[in-house]
Design a protein around this ligand. Structure first.
Ligand SMILES: *[C@@H]1O[C@H](CO)[C@@H](O)[C@H](O)[C@H]1NC(C)=O
Ligand SMILES: *[C@@H]1O[C@H](CO)[C@@H](O)[C@H](O)[C@H]1NC(C)=O
Ligand SMILES: *[C@@H]1O[C@H](CO)[C@@H](O)[C@H](O)[C@H]1NC(C)=O
Ligand SMILES: *[C@@H]1O[C@H](CO)[C@@H](O)[C@H](O)[C@H]1NC(C)=O
Ligand SMILES: *[C@@H]1O[C@H](CO)[C@@H](O)[C@H](O)[C@H]1NC(C)=O
Length: 261
């Protein structure tokens, strides 16, 4: 008897709790759906090569096609790159932009380090305003690495480097970096660096210049002294021997063929 009474008291309490929970879930769902009548989604991130080309897309998804007041892409510095307004599209800074099927695609034809950053896609419509971000990071760049020697000093130049890197010198397995002098680094207009280093008084060696990237923790590239002269000398000096060698081997092959026959 006592137990029955307890359960009959407990049940209404439980029901009220359940109802409250249901109501809460319902309100939450309603708020959510209102929020998601329209969504805007842009490319999350891209990592193009230096001097590459990339496209960032920004897509509207909605049940009914909204009336667009403004649909635009902005550069990390806040400057508008392309804007769709009143059905007209305008582009700036040499980018390419296409609007089609509720999709605004921004294309950068020639990527460089100065393009890095967070791009903003913005939409103003009759259904509301939305925005979305895309991250652009440039991969490692290296345009050229050369060593020139002059009176016993070797100078290594690295051009079009990004991100920052350092020049290390080696002779075989000997690390000669401590006997070198790094030149002040120069930043180019495209955001890449020009770096150089001189290794002093090494007249009779062919040191190896290697480009160390602290950000990736590895050597990106390495090269020896410009060996055009040395190579030319070697060719003229040994041309007779090598032509003899060539004749010798073909004679040997002929002899071998004759023996086999
Ligand atoms: C945008 O839509 C196009 C075509 O449906 C798709 O290829 C692209 O991946 C979409 N982009 C995003 C960021 O969802
Ligand atoms: C769109 O641009 C064209 C030419 O650039 C111009 O003639 C037209 O008036 C513009 N339309 C609107 C709505 O701004
Ligand atoms: C080599 O470097 C030393 C030290 O900087 C300098 O005194 C010398 O003039 C350099 N030689 C040449 C040919 O540049
Ligand atoms: C070579 O020497 C430089 C300067 O001392 C140092 O930073 C670098 O780590 C060394 N590299 C190797 C491979 O030993
Ligand atoms: C130069 O030295 C580095 C480090 O020891 C080595 O990895 C690389 O193969 C060398 N390059 C040449 C061209 O000898």
């Amino acid at each position: 008897m006592e137990e029955k009474l307890r359960t009959s008291v407990a049940r209404p309490m439980e029901t009220i709790q359940k109802c409250a929970l249901l109501l809460w879930v319902l309100m939450f769902a309603l708020a959510r759906s209102e929020n998601e009548i329209m969504t805007l989604r842009s490319t999350e991130s891209v990592s193009p090569h230096c001097h590459g080309s990339i496209s960032l897309s920004c897509n509207i998804s909605s049940l009914d096609e909204p009336t667009i007041f403004l649909f635009a892409w902005y550069a990390p510095n806040g400057r508008a790159l392309c804007e769709l307004k009143n059905g007209n599209i305008s582009t700036h800074n040499g980018v390419n932009c296409v609007y089609k099927d509720q999709q605004l695609v921004l294309t950068i034809g020639h990527t460089k380090p100065t393009h890095e950053g967070k791009y903003l896609c913005k939409l103003h419509s009759n259904v509301g305003a939305k925005q979305s971000y895309s991250q652009l990071n440039i991969q490692e760049c290296l345009h050229s690495l050369h060593v020139h020697s002059h009176d016993g000093n070797s100078t290594c130049h690295a051009r079009g480097v990004y991100p920052e890197a350092h020049i290390h010198w080696f002779q075989g397995s000997n690390n000669l970096t401590d006997s070198s002098v790094a030149h002040p680094r120069v930043r180019s207009e495209d955001g890449t660096y020009e770096i150089a280093s001189t290794l002093l008084h090494r007249p009779h060696s062919t040191p190896n210049c290697s480009l160390w990237s602290p950000s990736s923790g590895r050597y990106l590239s390495s090269t020896r002294r410009h060996e055009k002269m040395a190579y030319a000398e070697e060719v003229t000096g040994s041309s007779k021997a090598s032509s003899y060698g060539g004749a010798g081997t073909s004679m040997a092959l002929l002899a071998a063929a004759l023996i086999l026959l």
